[in-house]
Design a protein. Structure first.
Length: 267
């Protein structure tokens, strides 16, 4: 969706450039018997379209639409959130193995460059859980890229901000979700999903882990990512363009209000 908004914005800017460059020449200089006579330099409403008339108004409206689009995109980024994981429902078992690190191999975030902001899980026991982001390098090899804040789980549905502690919370092409439980909390079904688990110590950014045991468990856990703030950049550029061409509109306003032909006679 962010790329779609950028495309619309660039289309609006292109329309603006086209409208501003569409200035129709209205001068014809005739020379008769060595004497110059500027027969007419007429600028009517049609020729004023490139200088503050309807054409420029259309262009400015296009920029205003781009501005509104950027504003909406930046103020409602959660509307375009990407979520990976399994449905947050009660399941059959609670995994009490600790301090295992769990991953969901092959389940990648759909849009690289988004930022993980929150995560949630269904808890069947009181304990503590740490959210992880990892890059999958192979079927059972992963590198830790981001570590969120450890949370204390209660019972039932739990939802938390990711709260990056180290590394990055921006996802890449092969980023998968992961977590480490010091005491088992997150519920799972023995089939219906894809997971990998590895007995590990304290994860650190840049640490490559291999030898995961791959299974078909489905854990009730989800991670949510949203677009990064470049939409705010679109908003700023839109405001700048509107300010520049509003100033030019003000300068051309007297010609537009009169609507009369402007004639100049040169000797």
């Amino acid at each position: 969706m962010l790329r779609f908004r950028i495309g619309l914005f660039m289309s609006a800017v292109l329309r603006l450039v086209i409208d501003l460059s569409a200035v129709t020449p209205a001068a014809a200089i005739n020379e008769t018997g060595g004497s110059k006579a500027l027969s007419a330099i007429r600028t009517d409403r049609m020729n004023l379209q490139g200088r503050g008339g309807p054409g420029k108004r259309t262009a400015v409206l296009a920029c205003a639409a781009a501005f509104s689009l950027a504003l909406i995109g930046s103020s409602s980024r959660a509307t375009y959130a990407s979520t990976i994981g399994n449905p947050l429902i009660p399941r059959t078992f609670v995994d009490c193995c600790s301090p295992y690190i769990f991953v969901e191999p092959g389940v990648f975030f759909p849009i690289p460059g988004e930022k993980v902001t929150s995560w949630a899980f269904y808890s069947g026991a009181v304990g503590s859980v740490t959210p992880l982001l990892l890059t999958q390098n192979g079927p059972s090899t992963f590198t830790v890229t981001g570590i969120g804040a450890t949370v204390s789980a209660g019972l039932g549905l739990e939802s938390f901000a990711f709260n990056l502690i180290s590394g990055t919370d921006v996802v890449g092409t092969n980023t998968v979700l992961g977590f480490q439980q010091t005491v088992g909390s997150i519920e799972f079904d023995p089939t219906g999903g894809a997971d990998g688990y590895l007995l590990g110590g304290v994860p650190s950014v840049g640490l490559t882990l291999s030898g995961f045991t791959l299974d078909t468990r489905a854990y009730s856990v989800e991670f949510t990512a949203v677009p990064e703030p470049p939409s705010l950049l679109l908003l700023g550029v839109s405001v700048l363009i509107l300010a520049i061409f509003h100033r030019r509109l003000v300068r051309c306003a007297p010609h537009q209000r009169s609507g009369r032909r402007v004639e100049r006679i040169a000797a």
